[in-house]
Write a protein that binds this ligand. Structure first.
Ligand code: PLP
Length: 623
Protein backbone atom coordinates (compact mmCIF):
# COMPACT_ATOMS: atom_id res chain seq x y z
CA UNK A 1 0.00 0.00 0.00
CA UNK A 2 2.83 2.42 0.80
CA UNK A 3 3.85 1.82 -2.83
CA UNK A 4 1.98 4.99 -3.78
CA UNK A 5 3.85 7.16 -1.26
CA UNK A 6 0.66 8.07 0.62
CA UNK A 7 2.51 8.10 3.97
CA UNK A 8 4.57 11.04 2.65
CA UNK A 9 2.25 13.24 0.58
CA UNK A 10 -0.84 12.20 2.55
CA UNK A 11 0.46 14.07 5.63
CA UNK A 12 -1.67 11.89 7.93
CA UNK A 13 -4.79 13.28 6.22
CA UNK A 14 -4.93 10.32 3.88
CA UNK A 15 -4.06 6.76 4.76
CA UNK A 16 -5.03 3.18 4.01
CA UNK A 17 -7.40 1.21 6.22
CA UNK A 18 -7.08 -2.46 7.08
CA UNK A 19 -9.84 -3.03 4.51
CA UNK A 20 -7.49 -1.71 1.82
CA UNK A 21 -9.38 1.55 1.26
CA UNK A 22 -8.04 5.10 1.24
CA UNK A 23 -9.46 7.01 4.17
CA UNK A 24 -9.59 10.69 5.06
CA UNK A 25 -8.58 11.12 8.68
CA UNK A 26 -9.49 14.11 10.84
CA UNK A 27 -8.19 14.44 14.39
CA UNK A 28 -10.74 15.53 17.04
CA UNK A 29 -10.21 16.05 20.75
CA UNK A 30 -12.20 12.84 21.20
CA UNK A 31 -9.91 10.90 18.82
CA UNK A 32 -9.28 10.48 15.10
CA UNK A 33 -12.14 9.87 12.69
CA UNK A 34 -11.24 8.05 9.47
CA UNK A 35 -13.79 7.90 6.65
CA UNK A 36 -13.22 5.62 3.64
CA UNK A 37 -13.44 7.55 0.37
CA UNK A 38 -15.61 4.78 -1.10
CA UNK A 39 -18.24 5.62 1.56
CA UNK A 40 -18.20 9.25 0.45
CA UNK A 41 -18.58 8.16 -3.19
CA UNK A 42 -21.60 6.08 -2.17
CA UNK A 43 -23.12 9.10 -0.38
CA UNK A 44 -22.63 11.17 -3.53
CA UNK A 45 -24.18 8.46 -5.71
CA UNK A 46 -27.15 8.23 -3.34
CA UNK A 47 -27.67 11.92 -4.12
CA UNK A 48 -27.43 11.27 -7.87
CA UNK A 49 -23.89 12.60 -8.22
CA UNK A 50 -22.03 10.02 -10.26
CA UNK A 51 -18.32 9.94 -11.02
CA UNK A 52 -16.30 11.81 -12.13
CA UNK A 53 -16.66 13.68 -8.87
CA UNK A 54 -14.68 16.46 -7.31
CA UNK A 55 -14.63 15.95 -3.56
CA UNK A 56 -13.87 18.80 -1.19
CA UNK A 57 -13.18 18.15 2.46
CA UNK A 58 -13.96 21.26 4.49
CA UNK A 59 -12.13 20.07 7.61
CA UNK A 60 -8.87 19.99 5.64
CA UNK A 61 -9.37 23.53 4.41
CA UNK A 62 -9.99 24.77 7.95
CA UNK A 63 -7.01 22.80 9.20
CA UNK A 64 -4.67 24.40 6.64
CA UNK A 65 -5.85 27.94 7.45
CA UNK A 66 -5.30 27.39 11.17
CA UNK A 67 -1.97 25.56 10.69
CA UNK A 68 -0.53 28.40 8.61
CA UNK A 69 -1.63 31.05 11.11
CA UNK A 70 -0.62 29.08 14.20
CA UNK A 71 2.76 28.05 12.82
CA UNK A 72 3.60 31.67 12.01
CA UNK A 73 2.50 32.62 15.51
CA UNK A 74 4.81 29.99 16.99
CA UNK A 75 7.74 31.20 14.86
CA UNK A 76 7.05 34.79 15.94
CA UNK A 77 7.02 33.83 19.62
CA UNK A 78 10.10 31.65 19.26
CA UNK A 79 12.10 34.42 17.55
CA UNK A 80 10.86 37.21 19.83
CA UNK A 81 9.58 39.02 16.74
CA UNK A 82 7.75 42.20 17.65
CA UNK A 83 4.85 42.22 15.20
CA UNK A 84 2.16 39.89 13.97
CA UNK A 85 1.38 37.70 10.96
CA UNK A 86 -1.59 38.25 8.65
CA UNK A 87 -2.43 35.73 5.96
CA UNK A 88 -4.38 36.43 2.79
CA UNK A 89 -5.72 33.85 0.36
CA UNK A 90 -5.08 34.68 -3.31
CA UNK A 91 -8.47 33.85 -4.78
CA UNK A 92 -7.08 33.02 -8.22
CA UNK A 93 -5.75 29.78 -6.75
CA UNK A 94 -9.31 28.55 -6.24
CA UNK A 95 -12.16 31.02 -6.77
CA UNK A 96 -14.95 28.50 -6.22
CA UNK A 97 -17.69 29.86 -4.00
CA UNK A 98 -17.62 27.07 -1.42
CA UNK A 99 -13.84 27.47 -1.00
CA UNK A 100 -13.84 31.26 -0.62
CA UNK A 101 -16.86 31.27 1.71
CA UNK A 102 -15.22 28.69 3.96
CA UNK A 103 -11.83 30.43 4.07
CA UNK A 104 -13.50 33.72 4.95
CA UNK A 105 -15.78 32.19 7.55
CA UNK A 106 -13.16 30.06 9.23
CA UNK A 107 -10.43 32.67 8.81
CA UNK A 108 -12.30 35.37 10.74
CA UNK A 109 -10.64 34.55 14.05
CA UNK A 110 -7.21 34.77 12.46
CA UNK A 111 -8.00 37.89 10.44
CA UNK A 112 -7.23 35.85 7.33
CA UNK A 113 -7.91 38.07 4.31
CA UNK A 114 -8.15 37.76 0.54
CA UNK A 115 -6.07 38.81 -2.45
CA UNK A 116 -7.61 39.88 -5.76
CA UNK A 117 -5.87 40.12 -9.12
CA UNK A 118 -8.72 41.37 -11.31
CA UNK A 119 -11.97 43.32 -11.12
CA UNK A 120 -14.11 40.19 -11.01
CA UNK A 121 -11.96 38.82 -8.21
CA UNK A 122 -12.24 42.12 -6.35
CA UNK A 123 -16.05 41.92 -6.43
CA UNK A 124 -15.87 38.35 -5.20
CA UNK A 125 -13.56 39.42 -2.35
CA UNK A 126 -15.72 42.38 -1.37
CA UNK A 127 -18.77 40.17 -1.09
CA UNK A 128 -16.96 37.56 1.01
CA UNK A 129 -14.20 39.26 3.00
CA UNK A 130 -14.56 38.95 6.76
CA UNK A 131 -14.32 42.12 8.88
CA UNK A 132 -10.79 41.46 10.08
CA UNK A 133 -9.06 40.36 6.91
CA UNK A 134 -6.76 42.46 4.74
CA UNK A 135 -7.73 42.93 1.11
CA UNK A 136 -4.69 43.00 -1.16
CA UNK A 137 -5.23 44.13 -4.76
CA UNK A 138 -2.62 43.05 -7.30
CA UNK A 139 -2.97 43.13 -11.07
CA UNK A 140 -4.16 45.85 -13.45
CA UNK A 141 -6.55 48.38 -11.98
CA UNK A 142 -8.82 50.57 -14.08
CA UNK A 143 -10.86 53.46 -12.72
CA UNK A 144 -13.79 51.24 -11.74
CA UNK A 145 -11.48 48.89 -9.89
CA UNK A 146 -9.89 51.75 -8.00
CA UNK A 147 -13.24 53.30 -7.07
CA UNK A 148 -14.44 49.98 -5.68
CA UNK A 149 -11.28 49.60 -3.61
CA UNK A 150 -11.59 53.14 -2.26
CA UNK A 151 -15.21 52.55 -1.28
CA UNK A 152 -14.12 49.35 0.44
CA UNK A 153 -11.86 51.47 2.66
CA UNK A 154 -14.79 53.76 3.43
CA UNK A 155 -16.73 50.65 4.49
CA UNK A 156 -13.99 49.92 6.99
CA UNK A 157 -11.93 47.30 5.11
CA UNK A 158 -8.18 47.62 4.79
CA UNK A 159 -7.88 47.49 1.02
CA UNK A 160 -4.35 47.86 -0.37
CA UNK A 161 -3.67 48.80 -3.98
CA UNK A 162 -0.37 47.15 -4.81
CA UNK A 163 1.28 49.20 -7.54
CA UNK A 164 2.94 46.96 -10.09
CA UNK A 165 3.88 49.55 -12.68
CA UNK A 166 4.61 53.30 -12.45
CA UNK A 167 1.65 54.19 -14.67
CA UNK A 168 -0.86 53.08 -11.99
CA UNK A 169 -0.18 55.80 -9.44
CA UNK A 170 -1.60 58.92 -11.21
CA UNK A 171 -5.05 57.33 -11.58
CA UNK A 172 -5.09 56.21 -7.93
CA UNK A 173 -4.18 59.73 -6.81
CA UNK A 174 -6.80 61.30 -9.10
CA UNK A 175 -9.63 58.98 -8.01
CA UNK A 176 -8.73 59.33 -4.37
CA UNK A 177 -8.92 63.14 -4.66
CA UNK A 178 -12.18 62.95 -6.61
CA UNK A 179 -13.90 60.64 -4.09
CA UNK A 180 -12.21 62.19 -1.07
CA UNK A 181 -11.05 58.79 0.21
CA UNK A 182 -7.44 58.10 1.11
CA UNK A 183 -6.04 54.94 -0.46
CA UNK A 184 -3.82 52.36 1.20
CA UNK A 185 -0.88 51.75 -1.10
CA UNK A 186 1.62 48.96 -1.50
CA UNK A 187 4.57 48.84 -3.88
CA UNK A 188 5.56 45.63 -5.59
CA UNK A 189 9.28 45.26 -5.97
CA UNK A 190 11.27 43.08 -8.32
CA UNK A 191 13.57 40.86 -6.33
CA UNK A 192 16.75 40.15 -8.27
CA UNK A 193 17.50 36.82 -6.60
CA UNK A 194 16.01 34.13 -8.80
CA UNK A 195 14.45 31.00 -7.45
CA UNK A 196 14.14 27.57 -9.05
CA UNK A 197 11.09 25.44 -9.84
CA UNK A 198 8.42 25.14 -12.51
CA UNK A 199 6.37 28.17 -11.51
CA UNK A 200 8.90 30.90 -10.83
CA UNK A 201 9.05 33.15 -13.90
CA UNK A 202 7.69 35.88 -11.61
CA UNK A 203 11.11 36.58 -10.13
CA UNK A 204 14.18 38.26 -11.57
CA UNK A 205 14.77 41.44 -13.60
CA UNK A 206 12.74 40.26 -16.60
CA UNK A 207 9.65 39.44 -14.57
CA UNK A 208 6.61 41.19 -16.01
CA UNK A 209 5.45 42.28 -12.56
CA UNK A 210 6.79 44.84 -10.15
CA UNK A 211 8.86 48.00 -10.04
CA UNK A 212 12.54 48.16 -10.77
CA UNK A 213 14.59 49.82 -8.03
CA UNK A 214 14.70 53.10 -9.99
CA UNK A 215 10.91 53.02 -10.55
CA UNK A 216 10.38 52.30 -6.88
CA UNK A 217 12.33 55.38 -5.84
CA UNK A 218 10.50 57.54 -8.43
CA UNK A 219 7.11 56.29 -7.16
CA UNK A 220 8.03 57.03 -3.54
CA UNK A 221 9.10 60.55 -4.57
CA UNK A 222 5.83 61.08 -6.46
CA UNK A 223 3.83 60.08 -3.38
CA UNK A 224 5.92 62.40 -1.24
CA UNK A 225 5.27 65.26 -3.65
CA UNK A 226 1.52 64.55 -3.66
CA UNK A 227 1.67 64.60 0.16
CA UNK A 228 0.40 61.03 0.20
CA UNK A 229 3.43 59.27 1.63
CA UNK A 230 1.36 58.28 4.68
CA UNK A 231 -0.70 56.05 2.34
CA UNK A 232 2.33 53.95 1.46
CA UNK A 233 2.22 51.26 4.13
CA UNK A 234 3.02 48.00 2.39
CA UNK A 235 5.96 46.57 0.50
CA UNK A 236 5.16 43.58 -1.69
CA UNK A 237 7.06 40.93 -3.58
CA UNK A 238 6.20 37.56 -5.03
CA UNK A 239 8.90 35.19 -6.22
CA UNK A 240 6.74 32.57 -7.85
CA UNK A 241 4.75 29.55 -6.80
CA UNK A 242 6.03 26.23 -5.43
CA UNK A 243 9.56 27.34 -4.56
CA UNK A 244 11.51 24.14 -3.87
CA UNK A 245 14.55 25.44 -1.98
CA UNK A 246 14.38 27.14 1.43
CA UNK A 247 17.86 28.65 0.97
CA UNK A 248 16.63 30.54 -2.10
CA UNK A 249 13.62 31.80 -0.16
CA UNK A 250 15.95 33.05 2.54
CA UNK A 251 18.11 34.99 0.08
CA UNK A 252 15.05 36.59 -1.51
CA UNK A 253 13.45 37.49 1.85
CA UNK A 254 16.71 39.11 2.93
CA UNK A 255 16.67 41.24 -0.22
CA UNK A 256 13.03 42.23 0.36
CA UNK A 257 13.78 43.11 3.99
CA UNK A 258 16.73 45.28 2.84
CA UNK A 259 14.33 47.25 0.62
CA UNK A 260 11.99 47.58 3.59
CA UNK A 261 14.75 48.75 5.91
CA UNK A 262 16.07 51.44 3.56
CA UNK A 263 12.61 52.80 2.75
CA UNK A 264 11.72 52.89 6.45
CA UNK A 265 14.97 54.67 7.16
CA UNK A 266 13.89 57.29 4.58
CA UNK A 267 10.78 57.82 6.75
CA UNK A 268 8.39 55.95 4.49
CA UNK A 269 5.76 54.88 7.06
CA UNK A 270 5.71 51.20 6.04
CA UNK A 271 3.91 48.76 8.33
CA UNK A 272 3.49 45.58 6.28
CA UNK A 273 5.93 43.36 4.43
CA UNK A 274 3.98 41.11 2.04
CA UNK A 275 6.09 38.24 0.74
CA UNK A 276 3.46 36.87 -1.67
CA UNK A 277 3.02 33.16 -2.34
CA UNK A 278 5.54 30.42 -2.97
CA UNK A 279 5.09 28.15 0.05
CA UNK A 280 5.37 24.79 -1.68
CA UNK A 281 3.31 21.62 -1.41
CA UNK A 282 5.10 18.30 -1.16
CA UNK A 283 3.39 16.42 -3.99
CA UNK A 284 5.90 13.56 -3.67
CA UNK A 285 6.17 13.57 0.09
CA UNK A 286 9.88 13.06 0.69
CA UNK A 287 11.33 16.62 0.74
CA UNK A 288 13.56 15.64 -2.17
CA UNK A 289 14.34 19.18 -3.42
CA UNK A 290 12.49 18.51 -6.62
CA UNK A 291 10.17 20.99 -8.26
CA UNK A 292 7.33 18.88 -6.81
CA UNK A 293 8.90 18.28 -3.43
CA UNK A 294 10.39 21.18 -1.44
CA UNK A 295 13.26 20.66 0.99
CA UNK A 296 11.30 22.31 3.82
CA UNK A 297 7.99 22.12 5.66
CA UNK A 298 5.58 24.76 6.93
CA UNK A 299 7.45 25.25 10.22
CA UNK A 300 10.79 25.72 8.39
CA UNK A 301 9.14 28.25 6.06
CA UNK A 302 7.63 30.32 8.88
CA UNK A 303 10.86 30.31 10.86
CA UNK A 304 12.84 31.27 7.75
CA UNK A 305 10.65 34.30 7.01
CA UNK A 306 10.38 35.55 10.58
CA UNK A 307 14.04 35.09 11.50
CA UNK A 308 15.43 36.44 8.21
CA UNK A 309 13.36 39.61 8.48
CA UNK A 310 14.34 40.06 12.12
CA UNK A 311 18.05 39.55 11.42
CA UNK A 312 18.07 41.82 8.36
CA UNK A 313 16.32 44.67 10.17
CA UNK A 314 18.36 44.32 13.36
CA UNK A 315 21.06 46.90 12.44
CA UNK A 316 18.47 49.52 11.47
CA UNK A 317 16.54 50.20 14.65
CA UNK A 318 13.14 50.17 12.97
CA UNK A 319 9.87 48.59 14.03
CA UNK A 320 9.23 45.06 12.83
CA UNK A 321 6.65 44.94 10.06
CA UNK A 322 3.50 42.86 10.12
CA UNK A 323 4.37 39.86 7.96
CA UNK A 324 1.84 39.10 5.24
CA UNK A 325 1.93 36.04 2.99
CA UNK A 326 -0.36 35.09 0.15
CA UNK A 327 -0.15 31.30 0.36
CA UNK A 328 -2.58 29.81 -2.09
CA UNK A 329 -1.37 26.38 -3.14
CA UNK A 330 -0.43 25.37 0.40
CA UNK A 331 -3.87 26.43 1.69
CA UNK A 332 -6.07 24.56 -0.74
CA UNK A 333 -4.13 21.78 -2.52
CA UNK A 334 -4.96 19.08 0.05
CA UNK A 335 -8.66 19.84 0.24
CA UNK A 336 -9.79 18.47 -3.14
CA UNK A 337 -9.67 15.04 -4.75
CA UNK A 338 -10.81 14.12 -8.24
CA UNK A 339 -12.43 10.68 -8.28
CA UNK A 340 -13.02 8.81 -11.53
CA UNK A 341 -13.63 5.26 -12.63
CA UNK A 342 -11.68 3.28 -15.19
CA UNK A 343 -13.83 2.48 -18.21
CA UNK A 344 -11.62 0.01 -20.04
CA UNK A 345 -8.06 -1.15 -20.52
CA UNK A 346 -5.86 -1.75 -23.53
CA UNK A 347 -3.04 -4.21 -22.99
CA UNK A 348 0.08 -4.41 -25.12
CA UNK A 349 0.28 -8.18 -25.14
CA UNK A 350 0.48 -10.85 -27.80
CA UNK A 351 -2.51 -13.08 -28.35
CA UNK A 352 -3.26 -16.16 -30.47
CA UNK A 353 0.30 -17.07 -31.40
CA UNK A 354 0.60 -20.27 -33.46
CA UNK A 355 2.36 -23.33 -31.97
CA UNK A 356 4.68 -23.47 -34.98
CA UNK A 357 5.74 -20.94 -37.50
CA UNK A 358 3.36 -21.31 -40.48
CA UNK A 359 4.96 -22.56 -43.69
CA UNK A 360 5.66 -20.16 -46.55
CA UNK A 361 6.10 -17.15 -44.31
CA UNK A 362 8.35 -14.36 -45.42
CA UNK A 363 11.93 -15.12 -44.12
CA UNK A 364 11.79 -12.03 -41.85
CA UNK A 365 8.62 -13.28 -40.20
CA UNK A 366 10.22 -16.70 -39.78
CA UNK A 367 13.23 -15.02 -38.15
CA UNK A 368 10.88 -13.12 -35.84
CA UNK A 369 9.33 -16.44 -34.85
CA UNK A 370 12.78 -17.84 -34.00
CA UNK A 371 13.53 -14.81 -31.82
CA UNK A 372 10.22 -15.35 -30.05
CA UNK A 373 11.17 -18.96 -29.30
CA UNK A 374 14.57 -17.88 -27.97
CA UNK A 375 13.37 -14.75 -26.13
CA UNK A 376 14.13 -16.16 -22.66
CA UNK A 377 17.77 -16.80 -23.50
CA UNK A 378 18.85 -14.09 -25.96
CA UNK A 379 20.74 -10.99 -24.86
CA UNK A 380 18.03 -8.46 -23.92
CA UNK A 381 19.38 -5.47 -25.81
CA UNK A 382 20.61 -7.28 -28.94
CA UNK A 383 17.48 -9.42 -29.14
CA UNK A 384 15.25 -6.39 -28.67
CA UNK A 385 17.05 -4.27 -31.26
CA UNK A 386 16.84 -7.08 -33.84
CA UNK A 387 13.15 -7.70 -33.14
CA UNK A 388 12.43 -3.99 -33.43
CA UNK A 389 14.32 -3.73 -36.74
CA UNK A 390 12.46 -6.79 -38.06
CA UNK A 391 9.13 -5.28 -37.04
CA UNK A 392 9.84 -2.06 -38.90
CA UNK A 393 11.05 -3.90 -42.01
CA UNK A 394 7.95 -6.11 -41.95
CA UNK A 395 5.77 -2.99 -41.81
CA UNK A 396 7.65 -1.66 -44.84
CA UNK A 397 7.09 -4.99 -46.67
CA UNK A 398 3.38 -4.68 -45.88
CA UNK A 399 3.27 -1.12 -47.24
CA UNK A 400 4.85 -2.29 -50.50
CA UNK A 401 2.42 -5.22 -50.81
CA UNK A 402 4.96 -8.04 -50.24
CA UNK A 403 3.27 -9.49 -47.15
CA UNK A 404 -0.43 -9.54 -46.33
CA UNK A 405 -2.43 -8.24 -43.41
CA UNK A 406 -2.64 -11.55 -41.53
CA UNK A 407 1.12 -12.10 -41.78
CA UNK A 408 1.68 -8.56 -40.49
CA UNK A 409 -0.72 -9.19 -37.58
CA UNK A 410 1.16 -12.34 -36.60
CA UNK A 411 4.54 -10.56 -36.88
CA UNK A 412 3.35 -7.72 -34.64
CA UNK A 413 2.08 -10.21 -32.09
CA UNK A 414 5.46 -11.95 -32.17
CA UNK A 415 7.20 -8.63 -31.56
CA UNK A 416 4.98 -7.94 -28.55
CA UNK A 417 5.64 -11.40 -27.14
CA UNK A 418 9.43 -10.93 -27.51
CA UNK A 419 9.31 -7.45 -25.97
CA UNK A 420 7.19 -8.62 -23.02
CA UNK A 421 9.57 -11.50 -22.28
CA UNK A 422 12.58 -9.16 -22.42
CA UNK A 423 10.81 -6.55 -20.26
CA UNK A 424 10.24 -9.14 -17.52
CA UNK A 425 13.97 -9.86 -17.44
CA UNK A 426 14.89 -6.19 -16.93
CA UNK A 427 14.26 -6.30 -13.17
CA UNK A 428 17.17 -8.74 -12.84
CA UNK A 429 19.63 -6.39 -14.57
CA UNK A 430 21.78 -4.06 -12.51
CA UNK A 431 21.73 -1.33 -15.15
CA UNK A 432 19.16 -1.09 -17.92
CA UNK A 433 20.90 -0.80 -21.31
CA UNK A 434 19.99 2.31 -23.34
CA UNK A 435 17.79 0.76 -26.04
CA UNK A 436 15.60 -0.73 -23.31
CA UNK A 437 15.21 2.30 -21.06
CA UNK A 438 11.65 3.05 -22.11
CA UNK A 439 10.61 -0.52 -22.94
CA UNK A 440 8.48 -1.04 -19.83
CA UNK A 441 6.67 2.22 -20.45
CA UNK A 442 5.99 1.38 -24.08
CA UNK A 443 4.48 -1.97 -23.07
CA UNK A 444 2.41 -0.56 -20.20
CA UNK A 445 -1.36 -0.95 -20.32
CA UNK A 446 -3.49 2.10 -21.03
CA UNK A 447 -6.25 2.55 -18.46
CA UNK A 448 -9.01 4.77 -19.83
CA UNK A 449 -10.51 7.02 -17.15
CA UNK A 450 -13.85 8.82 -17.11
CA UNK A 451 -12.48 12.37 -16.83
CA UNK A 452 -10.78 15.08 -18.86
CA UNK A 453 -7.20 16.10 -18.16
CA UNK A 454 -7.95 19.47 -19.77
CA UNK A 455 -10.96 20.16 -17.54
CA UNK A 456 -9.79 18.71 -14.23
CA UNK A 457 -5.97 18.47 -14.17
CA UNK A 458 -4.84 21.02 -16.77
CA UNK A 459 -1.41 21.59 -15.22
CA UNK A 460 -0.42 17.99 -15.94
CA UNK A 461 -0.76 18.83 -19.62
CA UNK A 462 0.36 22.44 -19.59
CA UNK A 463 3.49 22.28 -17.43
CA UNK A 464 4.06 18.62 -16.63
CA UNK A 465 2.79 18.81 -13.07
CA UNK A 466 2.43 15.54 -11.18
CA UNK A 467 -0.38 14.83 -8.74
CA UNK A 468 -0.48 11.72 -6.58
CA UNK A 469 -2.87 9.32 -8.36
CA UNK A 470 -3.85 5.94 -6.91
CA UNK A 471 -6.74 3.51 -6.53
CA UNK A 472 -8.99 4.34 -3.56
CA UNK A 473 -9.82 0.68 -2.86
CA UNK A 474 -8.48 -2.88 -3.42
CA UNK A 475 -5.26 -1.86 -1.70
CA UNK A 476 -4.99 -5.19 0.11
CA UNK A 477 -4.43 -6.77 -3.30
CA UNK A 478 -1.07 -6.55 -4.97
CA UNK A 479 -1.34 -4.49 -8.17
CA UNK A 480 -0.60 -6.82 -11.08
CA UNK A 481 -0.43 -4.34 -13.99
CA UNK A 482 1.65 -1.35 -14.97
CA UNK A 483 -0.24 1.41 -16.74
CA UNK A 484 -0.47 4.92 -18.00
CA UNK A 485 -3.84 6.68 -17.91
CA UNK A 486 -5.77 8.20 -20.78
CA UNK A 487 -8.74 10.49 -20.43
CA UNK A 488 -11.97 10.72 -22.43
CA UNK A 489 -10.79 13.39 -24.86
CA UNK A 490 -9.75 12.48 -28.36
CA UNK A 491 -6.39 14.15 -27.78
CA UNK A 492 -3.10 12.33 -27.41
CA UNK A 493 -2.12 14.89 -24.75
CA UNK A 494 -5.11 13.83 -22.64
CA UNK A 495 -3.08 11.42 -20.55
CA UNK A 496 -1.26 10.97 -17.26
CA UNK A 497 2.19 9.45 -17.65
CA UNK A 498 4.20 10.80 -14.73
CA UNK A 499 3.33 9.34 -11.38
CA UNK A 500 4.27 9.73 -7.75
CA UNK A 501 5.41 6.50 -6.11
CA UNK A 502 7.07 5.91 -2.74
CA UNK A 503 10.47 5.65 -4.42
CA UNK A 504 10.00 8.94 -6.35
CA UNK A 505 8.79 9.62 -9.86
CA UNK A 506 7.66 6.85 -12.24
CA UNK A 507 6.46 6.79 -15.84
CA UNK A 508 3.94 4.05 -15.14
CA UNK A 509 1.51 3.40 -12.32
CA UNK A 510 1.01 -0.04 -10.74
CA UNK A 511 -2.71 -0.84 -10.95
CA UNK A 512 -5.04 -3.80 -10.51
CA UNK A 513 -6.65 -5.86 -13.26
CA UNK A 514 -10.27 -4.88 -13.72
CA UNK A 515 -12.86 -7.25 -12.33
CA UNK A 516 -16.08 -7.94 -14.21
CA UNK A 517 -19.07 -5.99 -12.90
CA UNK A 518 -16.94 -4.10 -10.37
CA UNK A 519 -15.93 -0.44 -10.39
CA UNK A 520 -12.28 0.41 -10.29
CA UNK A 521 -11.93 3.93 -8.92
CA UNK A 522 -8.87 6.14 -8.90
CA UNK A 523 -8.30 9.39 -7.04
CA UNK A 524 -6.10 12.29 -8.11
CA UNK A 525 -5.07 13.90 -4.82
CA UNK A 526 -3.79 17.35 -3.77
CA UNK A 527 -5.44 18.98 -6.78
CA UNK A 528 -7.28 21.82 -5.01
CA UNK A 529 -4.95 24.57 -6.27
CA UNK A 530 -5.17 26.24 -9.69
CA UNK A 531 -6.88 23.38 -11.56
CA UNK A 532 -10.57 24.25 -11.50
CA UNK A 533 -10.84 27.57 -13.28
CA UNK A 534 -7.82 26.89 -15.47
CA UNK A 535 -9.57 23.82 -16.84
CA UNK A 536 -11.23 24.13 -20.23
CA UNK A 537 -13.95 22.58 -22.33
CA UNK A 538 -11.75 20.54 -24.69
CA UNK A 539 -14.04 18.10 -26.52
CA UNK A 540 -16.83 19.80 -24.54
CA UNK A 541 -16.25 17.99 -21.26
CA UNK A 542 -17.55 20.41 -18.65
CA UNK A 543 -17.37 20.77 -14.89
CA UNK A 544 -17.77 17.48 -13.02
CA UNK A 545 -20.16 16.94 -10.13
CA UNK A 546 -18.83 18.43 -6.90
CA UNK A 547 -19.61 17.66 -3.29
CA UNK A 548 -18.21 19.17 -0.11
CA UNK A 549 -18.24 17.14 3.07
CA UNK A 550 -17.48 17.85 6.70
CA UNK A 551 -16.33 14.95 8.84
CA UNK A 552 -17.80 15.02 12.36
CA UNK A 553 -16.49 13.81 15.67
CA UNK A 554 -19.34 11.31 15.97
CA UNK A 555 -17.56 9.25 13.33
CA UNK A 556 -19.62 10.24 10.29
CA UNK A 557 -19.75 13.05 7.81
CA UNK A 558 -22.25 15.56 6.45
CA UNK A 559 -22.63 16.47 2.82
CA UNK A 560 -22.52 20.23 3.22
CA UNK A 561 -22.65 21.37 -0.41
CA UNK A 562 -23.32 19.78 -3.76
CA UNK A 563 -23.23 21.02 -7.29
CA UNK A 564 -24.21 19.05 -10.38
CA UNK A 565 -21.73 19.07 -13.24
CA UNK A 566 -22.40 21.01 -16.44
CA UNK A 567 -25.14 19.74 -18.67
CA UNK A 568 -24.49 19.52 -22.42
CA UNK A 569 -26.94 22.38 -22.86
CA UNK A 570 -24.95 24.58 -20.42
CA UNK A 571 -21.69 23.81 -22.18
CA UNK A 572 -23.19 24.59 -25.58
CA UNK A 573 -24.57 27.89 -24.28
CA UNK A 574 -21.02 29.00 -23.44
CA UNK A 575 -20.14 28.43 -27.11
CA UNK A 576 -22.78 30.83 -28.49
CA UNK A 577 -25.41 28.11 -29.10
CA UNK A 578 -28.94 28.80 -28.01
CA UNK A 579 -30.21 25.44 -26.69
CA UNK A 580 -33.83 26.31 -27.61
CA UNK A 581 -32.95 27.14 -31.23
CA UNK A 582 -30.60 24.22 -31.25
CA UNK A 583 -33.43 21.87 -30.33
CA UNK A 584 -35.74 23.50 -32.85
CA UNK A 585 -33.19 23.02 -35.66
CA UNK A 586 -32.95 19.33 -34.86
CA UNK A 587 -36.74 19.01 -34.53
CA UNK A 588 -37.21 20.46 -38.05
CA UNK A 589 -34.74 17.95 -39.42
CA UNK A 590 -36.57 15.04 -37.76
CA UNK A 591 -39.96 16.34 -38.93
CA UNK A 592 -38.65 16.42 -42.50
CA UNK A 593 -37.54 12.80 -42.13
CA UNK A 594 -41.14 11.93 -41.19
CA UNK A 595 -42.38 13.75 -44.27
CA UNK A 596 -39.94 11.82 -46.45
CA UNK A 597 -41.10 8.61 -44.76
CA UNK A 598 -37.62 7.73 -43.48
CA UNK A 599 -39.08 7.35 -39.97
CA UNK A 600 -42.60 7.17 -38.54
CA UNK A 601 -44.08 9.58 -35.99
CA UNK A 602 -43.47 7.22 -33.08
CA UNK A 603 -39.77 7.00 -33.99
CA UNK A 604 -39.67 10.78 -34.39
CA UNK A 605 -40.86 11.13 -30.82
CA UNK A 606 -38.33 8.62 -29.52
CA UNK A 607 -35.50 10.43 -31.29
CA UNK A 608 -36.59 13.86 -30.02
CA UNK A 609 -37.06 12.63 -26.45
CA UNK A 610 -33.60 11.11 -26.50
CA UNK A 611 -32.02 14.25 -27.96
CA UNK A 612 -33.71 16.41 -25.37
CA UNK A 613 -32.67 14.13 -22.48
CA UNK A 614 -29.04 14.26 -23.67
CA UNK A 615 -29.13 18.06 -23.87
CA UNK A 616 -30.08 18.07 -20.20
CA UNK A 617 -27.64 15.32 -19.32
CA UNK A 618 -24.00 15.64 -18.32
CA UNK A 619 -20.98 15.61 -20.57
CA UNK A 620 -19.12 12.57 -19.16
CA UNK A 621 -19.46 8.86 -19.89
CA UNK A 622 -22.60 7.28 -18.41
CA UNK A 623 -21.48 4.04 -16.85
N1 PLP B 1 0.38 36.11 -4.83
C1 PLP B 1 0.61 36.42 -6.11
C2 PLP B 1 0.82 37.85 -6.49
C3 PLP B 1 0.67 35.42 -7.08
O1 PLP B 1 0.90 35.74 -8.36
C4 PLP B 1 0.48 34.07 -6.69
C5 PLP B 1 0.58 32.97 -7.66
O2 PLP B 1 1.50 32.77 -8.38
C6 PLP B 1 0.24 33.80 -5.34
C7 PLP B 1 0.20 34.84 -4.44
C8 PLP B 1 0.02 32.41 -4.85
O3 PLP B 1 1.17 31.64 -4.84
P1 PLP B 1 1.16 30.20 -4.15
O4 PLP B 1 0.03 29.46 -4.72
O5 PLP B 1 2.49 29.64 -4.48
O6 PLP B 1 1.02 30.37 -2.69
Amino acid sequence: ASLYGIDGWGQKNFSISSAGEVTVTIPFDTGDVAIPIVDIIQAARDRDHELPLLLRIENLLDARVSEINETFQQAIEHAGYKAEYRGVFPVKVNQQCSVIEEISRFGTDFGHGLEAGSKAELLLCLANLNDNGLLICNGSKDQNFIDLGLWANRLGHQCFFVIESPSELPLIIARSQKLGIKPLIGLRIKISSKVGGLWTETSGDRSSFGLSTAQLIATVDQLRQAKMLDCLQLLHCHLGSQIPDIEEIKVAVREAARFYADLATENVPLKYLDLGGGLAVDYIGNQSLHSHSPNYNLADYCRCLVETIKETLAPHNIDHPTIVTESGRATVAHTSILLFEILNVVRYEANDLPEDCPEHCHPLVTRQYQLYQQAEVISPSEGYVEALTNRDKIRELFRSGVINLRERAMAENLFLAIAQTIAKKLDQLEKIPLPLDSLKQSLADIYYGNFSVFQSLPDTWAIGQMFPVMPVHRLNECPDRNATISDLTCDCDGKLDRFVLAGGESKTLPLHSLKAEEDYILGAFLMGAYQETMGDLHNLFGYTNVISIRINKEGGFDVTKEQSGDTISEVLSILEYNPTLFYKGFRDKVELAVKKKKINVKERQQILNHFSAQLNGQTYFNV
